[in-house]
Design a protein around this ligand. Structure first.
Ligand SMILES: *Cc1c(COP(=O)(O)O)cnc(C)c1O
Length: 435
């Protein structure tokens, strides 16, 4: 599509878009006006229906107490089943391959128990350098708990000198290099810092070719990019549901486990009564017998109030259809790329650089900007003008225009505010700089 820089064009893109669900969300305000909320990658906005679904749980609890597990429209015992089809669609899994439980980091530990099975020959783990902190701490502490030294096990891959994103050739070459010692390959599907989307299909193929298992952290991928976990043959994946999936702060998380493992009794796992064979769960007998689906990894009584919040969001995803959202998300980030590029073109001084890959196949809707100078001041200016963006040390501003509730007009407005910020803070009265 040929973009132009005028406001009317932004408005026409919004009019042409058939999938705006903005009206279904509460939009945060700034000085009495709707703010420009580009933080759906951090905490997605609240659907207006969330409170209704939560209230239903509270009402049932008030009226029938524990009987709520068995009674009413949507008995709590079967509540997860009413969510799983929609969630599986979003990540490209079979419904029986997805389980909703715990928090993301908890689930990563749980998947390590099952999928990291080192032996005397194979014990290495390949992952990205500077992974999200929680993932790093998970690996470090998990390995120590098993009596292993993280420094001897973990092989990190970093961007090349002077670059900001991983080069797939380096990922493949490293897998090849360690093919006789490799146990697990584990990456963020979309990097939280740069917004880079990795080729998960190719990484899975290469990892399996090297005899290793492969898992992904999809915190920034789920609800943002196209995923085909089952078809790609990914072994496991975990994600949180409070980012693009709008299920609220501390939302219940989810995990995917490929169906080929559901009957595999050689796999280690941590068990709990909620993963026990449903027919006899309440007989409380000795000897763990797991459910033969991803639910067999469940431990505890489901947090129904959190499930209700998740349901409100999943219903919107079902209406919108993830395929449409992915297309619109890419169009939005393309448009933001274009406006930033135009701005930089007209400027005598290059004050910023987009570090997210330009190729559509290598990103979702997040765009990360590296400020060459005064980044924190620019960021403060944006915040004072009602732009919700995200600041990452030392000098990166992350923006996520989300297709469900953000608009092209907001992207246009954001770029005007950014121009003002740069003119006020960096280029001062240099008239030729930004127009
Ligand atoms: C957001 C995020 C987390 C957060 O983990 P929680 O256990 O949900 O707090 C972990 N890993 C990545 C890659 C993330 O983006």
């Amino acid at each position: 599509m040929q973009f132009t820089t005028d406001l009317l064009f932004a408005k026409s893109l919004d009019q042409k878009s058939h999938i705006s669900f903005r009206d279904l969300f509460f939009i945060p305000t700034h000085e009495g006006k709707e703010a420009i909320y580009f933080l759906g990658n951090s905490l997605g906005l609240q659907p207006k229906t969330t409170i209704l679904y939560i209230n239903r749980i509270l009402k049932t609890w008030a009226e029938v107490g524990v009987e709520g597990f068995f009674k009413g429209q949507n008995p709590w015992l079967e509540y997860q089943e009413s969510l799983i089809v929609d969630l599986a669609e979003i990540v490209g899994a079979l419904p029986e391959e997805v389980v909703i439980m715990n928090g993301l980091t908890v689930n990563l530990h749980m998947m390590m128990v099952s999928f990291y099975q080192p032996d005397s020959k194979r014990n290495k783990i390949i992952c990205e350098a500077k992974a999200f902190s929680s993932d790093q701490y998970m690996l470090e502490t998990h390995l120590r708990q098993r009596g292993l030294e993280p420094g001897e096990i973990i092989i990190e891959i970093a961007p090349r000198e002077g670059e900001h994103v991983l080069n797939h050739e380096d990922v493949f070459a490293t897998i090849e290099k360690y093919k006789d010692q490799l146990s697990l390959v584990f990456f963020g599907g979309v990097n939280y810092y740069s917004g880079q989307l990795l080729d998960m299909r190719a990484i899975t193929e290469k990892s399996h070719g090297a005899g290793a298992k492969v898992g992904f952290d999809l915190a920034h991928a789920a609800g943002n990019v196209e995923l085909k976990l089952h078809d790609w043959g990914v072994d496991f994946a975990c994600w949180c549901n409070y980012k693009y999936l709008n299920s609220g702060p501390g939302a219940v998380a989810a995990a995917y486990i490929h169906e080929k493992y559901h009957h595999d009794t050689s796999l280690q796992r941590f068990g709990g009564w909620w993963g026990f064979k449903k027919e006899s769960r309440f007989q409380m007998e000795k000897g763990f017998v797991p459910i033969n689906t991803a639910e067999g990894w469940s431990l505890s009584t489901p947090p129904l109030i959190l499930f209700a919040a998740h349901k409100a969001s999943l219903e919107i995803f079902r209406k919108a259809d993830i395929q449409n959202l992915v297309i619109k998300g890419k169009l939005m980030s393309n448009y933001l790329f274009y406006l930033l590029f135009e701005m930089n073109q007209r400027s005598s001084q290059k004050v910023l650089q987009v570090i997210t890959p330009e190729a559509e196949s290598e990103r979702g809707c997040q765009v990360s900007i590296l400020m060459h100078t005064d980044g924190n001041k620019v960021f403060e200016y944006l915040s004072a003008q009602g732009v919700f963006a995200d600041w990452r040390e030392p000098n990166v501003i992350r923006l996520a225009p989300v297709p469900l509730y953000n608009t092209f007009e907001e992207i246009w407005n954001f770029v005007q505010i950014l121009k003002q910020a740069i003119k006020t803070i960096i280029t001062k009265d240099d008239e030729t700089t930004i127009n």
